[in-house]
Design a protein around this ligand. Structure first.
Ligand SMILES: [Fe+2]
Ligand SMILES: [Fe+2]
Length: 130
């Protein structure tokens, strides 16, 4: 769940973060409701695709402000996309028993990433303005 303390002082990025939480939540509901595998695949694909969109928007935003840690931030994004894509592949191959733990991993990663890395570029941006 998005809360004000996760804000990066940018309305459009905050909205994208909110949307990511909403997609993770839908996925969580899908698992809880025992949705068919095809539906879960669809939900996880939607999450992968929106995550990629968000990451590229965010990377553009960081590059525009001349953020010095862009490269390492990008790497974190790539690892996350690999993880989520891995879930999708395993689900498709019938090898992943989806559990609440998977969604907790996604949610925790997102919260920690926003609180840590994303808020660092927000602080950098703020410091440039003063
Ligand atoms: Fe990020
Ligand atoms: Fe982000």
């Amino acid at each position: 769940m998005w809360t004000q303390e996760l804000s990066v002082d940018n309305v459009s990025i905050d909205n994208e973060h909110k949307q990511l939480f909403a997609l993770i939540d839908n996925f969580y509901k899908g698992i809880k409701d025992n949705s068919p595998k095809e539906r879960l695949e669809e939900l996880i694909l939607g999450l992968v695709s929106y995550t990629k969109t968000h990451f590229s928007n965010e990377e553009l935003h960081m590059s525009r402000m001349g953020y010095p840690d862009l490269a390492s931030h990008k790497e974190l994004h790539e690892v996350f996309v690999k993880n989520v894509t891995g879930y999708y592949d395993r689900l498709k191959g019938g090898k992943l028993i989806l559990s609440i733990e998977v969604t907790n991993f996604l949610k925790d990663w997102l919260v920690n990433h926003i609180k840590g890395s994303d808020q660092q570029y927000a602080a950098f941006e703020l410091a440039q303005k003063v």
